[in-house]
Design a protein around this ligand. Structure first.
Ligand SMILES: C[S@@+](CC[C@H](N)C(=O)[O-])C[C@H]1O[C@@H](n2cnc3c(N)ncnc32)[C@H](O)[C@@H]1O
Length: 288
């Protein structure tokens, strides 16, 4: 396990993933019944943007760094508000120095009585996550293999909630594992919302992945993709996508505002674009 999210925290891919996670949690809060958030590959939860790792790549500057003080059209500002509110809440006044990972974004948006389960296999990162949530009785920190967690933690007793599956993509075949993991997870927790993150490098693999998700024939599946440049070099992270199963009914309209705004603000070259597509029979497509 070489991947450390500290090098990448707050990059364009995190902005997309975390903005959507925040919207899903805000939707769950519309009903008073408690819900659960499960994060199978959680990272450390809070990142120092002046750390050696963050400074080495500078990725956050082309991600959250471009968004936090941007003059946004009103509709985009509204859609980004829950996410940006959490980013601001972990920073003091002045320039950004810290960035919240998915566990902390979730926790800050959740209510008393909602439960968070965060899982991280890397030893040091797991310890950091435990320190972050020490004394929080409504958050459980685990150190399981994420793919095992995806099975063993479902269904949650609340029978409502969101599961984020955000692997490191260090091992070959992780796109296929995502498909297999989703098939089994939905069987266990059919009413849950699932957010699956995937990298966009080589477009052929991404198209095959989308096809395999569509073949699962799940009722309500969206994919939302953001590409920051044309995919000319298939070894680079040219974009990032989310498969969203059981998306809140309001999410499509919000993504239609969010994705073009992010494609404009986070472009790193020619060909920055987005895709919003249903991954089901009779799929409709809204290319950017
Ligand atoms: C992309 S990062 C997670 C970022 C985090 N979800 C966020 O958005 O802030 C992926 C994480 O998965 C962890 N990881 C790698 N292999 C794992 C496994 N088999 N089970 C659980 N965690 C794993 C890595 O240590 C890394 O922290």
């Amino acid at each position: 396990m070489n991947y450390r999210h500290a090098y990448h925290a707050g990059n364009f891919a995190d902005v997309l993933k975390h903005a959507v996670l925040a919207l899903v949690i805000e939707h769950l809060k519309l009903k008073p019944a408690p819900f659960r958030v499960i994060d199978t590959h959680a990272g450390i939860g809070l990142y120092e943007l002046q750390s050696e790792a963050a400074l080495k790549t500078g990725e956050w500057q082309a991600g959250i760094g471009r968004i936090i003080d941007a003059k946004l059209p009103a509709a985009a500002a509204e859609v980004l508000a829950p996410y940006l509110g959490v980013v601001r809440s972990v920073n003091g006044p002045g320039p950004l120095t810290r960035y919240p990972g998915s566990p902390l974004i979730a926790r800050r948006l959740m209510r008393a009585g909602d439960r968070l389960v965060v899982n991280e296999l890397h030893g040091e990162d797991h310890e950091a996550l435990e320190r972050l949530f020490a004394g929080d009785a409504e958050t459980k920190v685990l150190a399981l293999d994420g793919w095992t967690a995806l099975k063993s933690l479902l269904p949650p007793k609340e029978r409502r909630g969101v599961v984020l599956v955000d692997p490191a993509f260090e091992e070959p075949g992780e796109l296929e594992r995502l498909v297999d993991g989703l098939r089994e997870a939905v069987r266990r927790f059919a009413t849950g919302t699932f957010l699956l993150w995937y990298p966009i490098k080589d477009m052929k693999s991404v198209a095959a992945f989308r096809g395999k998700i569509a073949e699962l024939e799940l009722a309500k599946v969206l994919c939302a993709e953001l590409s920051v440049r044309s995919p000319d070099e298939s070894a680079r992270l040219n974009g990032a996508g989310l498969v969203i199963v059981n998306a809140p009914y309001t999410l499509t309209a919000k993504l239609k505002v969010l994705l073009p705004a992010l494609a404009r603000l986070l472009a790193q070259g020619e060909g920055a674009t987005f895709l919003l597509q249903e991954l089901a029979a009779n799929a409709s497509q809204h290319p950017g």
